[in-house]
Design a protein around this ligand. Structure first.
Ligand code: I6G
Length: 690
């Protein structure tokens, strides 16, 4: 091995330091990935890693195969070696309906009874989310990662060790003690949904290949010949089962087996649960389906497994699927349909988004007749034509999208989609700077479509939150030339509003009250509401926190802007360009002149030093007299971090009426629960008098 020489020459102190660093990093990995409870900030983790890298570079002899620095070790391969699975990687039978699930339970019961087993009232199952990823088998020998392989045909898979090693949630050696001589753990590798969306957005931006869905993203990333490429892919893993095992008395229950895997550092899905009989299975299925959109991983159903592993032996398998497990599928999130036409919609910044008009198709639980095609590059990349049969995907609350063309079904005469040369709304020219995927109408606020979108964004819930100012009303206000800029909204009067369609006296009064209420805002909301290109909620918050108030932000040059965390040259240029435009300055000043105001960040930060500071809070149930957004806003102003799902990291669950599964989970995890009316901080009457 190249380096500073023989092992004996490494000073004992360096050796001890390397061991200690490896140990610490290993422990932090376990806390982060398995317990979901990091104990140090990422920056500190990075420092420890850097210290170990430096030490190993100085003394190459200190490098061990399980060192956390050695995740991306191998150079690109030319092909994948074959791996035989000593215990075949089976597949699962599917149930597509409640009847099929009940039938499965009935079959299980019948077989167990005929084998002389005492079954009792209801069979216990472990219910687990069925992740939409790529199945792998990961083998540990005496606690050290030996190899990892894909399922392949179930008997022979491909050796993807070098790629699996790059997944940070895969331990290179097991935690704890009493490791079996051989432990093959079966798992699903997946790309978390948010990462998938981020990855695809960035790929589109740089004109690169996107993934059709998170499953393809996981499978494609695992099958990269160059582990450097896989290391760039945000992959994650959940372990769910066993292959070959030697030297471990496996617990007789699936759920206890999962617990043991976890103590060895193998990340298991936190959402699994033990349930009783088909009714318990169904309750789990429905609860999980209701949470599907908020889960950070893509699932296509639920897997029920008989909890007793001894009964697995009794039940056995048939044609490569266990008789003791079944996958209960959710409605498909991808379907095929025909593209009837493509129209271009004008967005807030003039971007022309091609919208696919489709033959209506039932997908992801709703009928979809429109889907986005993102931009012109995407049309070229997919080579999609009118008349094509296309794959439509609708996952969670993401806008349905066309993700693929079924090439072999292309009819004769399928028509290419021509990029527009003029704005379909205002007729202005369309510009598409070289190298940009997006074509834009150059009409700016002359274009009524852009004006409408800007107003819609300004009024939206997460911006100025003007209740009652919906799309139809904005159309009338813009088309009737009552409103040109957001500042004009604050000049509207009862009479004007009542002259509009479907606007009675009460609605007009309510809208005026909502407008009045919206004057009291926060700086991040105001900045977000302005609709500056590439300034989303997070950037608006970062800008507000950095500059403290509007004036210094408006005066900041690009260099000063780039000092804000996560603000790069593109965002800085957009912010600068926005405030350099006299018309925008006029609108901002007019808004302030009409009474739009916010507390200075200084005073917000003073109140942040409260009990709430840094606390992770989840809100659930129906809140009286307060919207979810208002509660979130108040909590954030107090310094709390509001998240959507309950985990071990949650400090407090705040409940309103009819709290459901989040309350159950909080109780299960022993998390403090407080009813909203017990919190004076969130009581609207109390705050308005202070
Ligand atoms: O492909 C699978 C995904 C998830 C599985 C599975 C699973 O459990 C949560 N379990 C088994 C037993 C098999 N495939 C064969």
């Amino acid at each position: 091995m190249a380096g500073s020489g023989a092992g004996a020459r490494v000073p004992a102190k360096a050796r001890r330091r390397a061991e200690a660093l490896r140990e610490q990093l290993h422990d932090h990995n376990y806390r982060y990935y398995v317990l979901d409870e990091p104990s140090i900030p990422d920056a500190e983790y990075d420092r420890l890693m850097q210290a170990l890298r430096e030490l190993e570079a100085e003394h190459r002899e200190l490098v061990t195969p399980d060192s956390p620095t050695q995740r991306v070790g191998a150079s690109p391969a030319t092909s994948f070696a074959e791996v035989s699975h000593a215990v075949p990687m089976q597949s699962l039978d599917n149930a597509f309906s409640i009847d099929e699930l009940r039938e499965f339970d009935r079959r299980v019961r019948q077989r167990l009874e005929s084998a002389g087993e005492e079954v009792g009232d209801a069979i216990e199952y472990t219910a687990e989310p069925k992740l939409d990823g790529a199945a792998v088998s990961v083998r540990y020998e005496n606690g050290m990662l030996a190899w990892a392989a894909t399922r392949g045909d179930g008997v022979t898979g491909e050796d993807v060790t070098h790629n699996v090693r790059t997944i940070k949630a895969v331990p290179l050696r097991l935690s704890g003690s009493d490791h079996p001589a051989v432990l093959e753990a079966r798992a699903e590798v997946f790309m978390p949904r948010a990462e998938f969306e981020r990855y695809n957005a960035a790929a589109r931006e740089r004109d690169d290949r996107t993934f059709v869905n998170p499953r393809n993203a996981a499978a494609g990333s695992l099958r990269q010949l160059d582990p450097q490429v896989t290391a760039q892919r945000p992959l994650d893993i959940f372990f769910f089962g066993l292959g070959e095992v030697d030297g471990w008395e496996v617990p007789d229950s699936q759920s206890r087996m999962l617990e043991q895997l976890r103590t060895w550092g193998l990340r298991t899905c936190p959402d699994h649960q033990r349930v009783k009989g088909p009714d318990g299975c169904l309750a789990y299925y429905e609860a999980l389906q209701a949470r599907r959109a908020e889960l950070d991983y893509e699932i296509d159903g639920v897997v029920y497994k008989v909890d007793s592993r001894r009964w697995h032996e009794v039940l056995g398998s048939v044609s490569r699927a266990p008789r003791w497990a079944i996958a209960h599928k959710f409605p498909a999130q991808e379907e095929i349909t025909v593209l009837k036409s493509v129209e271009f919609q004008v967005g807030r910044t003039g971007a022309l988004t091609p919208v696919a008009r489709l033959e209506p198709v039932f997908v992801g639980g709703v009928t979809v007749s429109n889907a986005t095609l993102h931009n012109l590059d995407e049309i070229e990349r997919l080579d999609v034509r009118v008349g094509d049969t296309v794959v439509v995907r609708r996952a969670g609350d993401v806008i349905p999208q066309v993700v693929q063309v079924v090439a072999e079904r292309r009819p004769k005469g399928a028509r290419r989609i021509k990029p527009p040369t003029h704005c379909p709304v205002c007729g202005s020219d369309v510009a598409r700077p070289a190298g940009e995927a997006v074509a834009r109408c150059v009409g700016g606020l002359y274009c009524s479509a852009q004006r409408k979108e800007a107003l819609r964004h300004f009024a939206s819930r997460r911006a100025m939150d003007i209740d009652g100012l919906g799309t139809r009303l904005i159309e009338q206000l813009v088309d009737g030339e009552f409103v040109k800029t957001p500042a004009d909204l604050y000049d509207l009067d009862q009479q004007t509003l009542m002259s509009l369609e479907r606007m009675g006296e009460k609605s007009a009064e309510n809208l005026l009250a909502a407008l009045d209420h919206s004057r009291e805002t926060t700086l991040p909301r105001f900045l977000f509401a302005l609709g500056i290109r590439s300034v989303g909620e997070a950037t608006a918050k970062a800008l507000a926190e950095h500059f403290g108030d509007l004036e210094p932000l408006m005066a900041a040059d690009e260099e000063a802007l780039e000092e804000v965390p996560d603000v790069g040259p593109i965002v800085a240029a957009h912010v600068r360009a926005f405030f350099a435009e006299p018309h925008n300055l006029e609108v901002v000043r007019a808004l302030v002149g009409k009474g739009v105001r916010w507390p200075s960040i200084g005073s917000v930060q003073a109140s942040v030093k409260s009990w709430w500071s840094g606390k992770r809070v989840v809100i659930t149930g129906t809140l009286d007299g307060l919207t979810r957004e208002e509660a979130k806003d108040k909590l954030e102003r107090l310094g709390a971090k509001v998240t959507t799902s309950v985990s071990q990291k949650t400090d407090l669950l705040i409940t309103g009426k009819d709290a459901g599964s989040k309350l159950d989970k909080a109780k299960e995890l022993g998390i403090r629960v407080v009813e909203i009316h017990e919190l004076p901080e969130l009581n609207p009457q109390i705050e308005s008098t202070s």
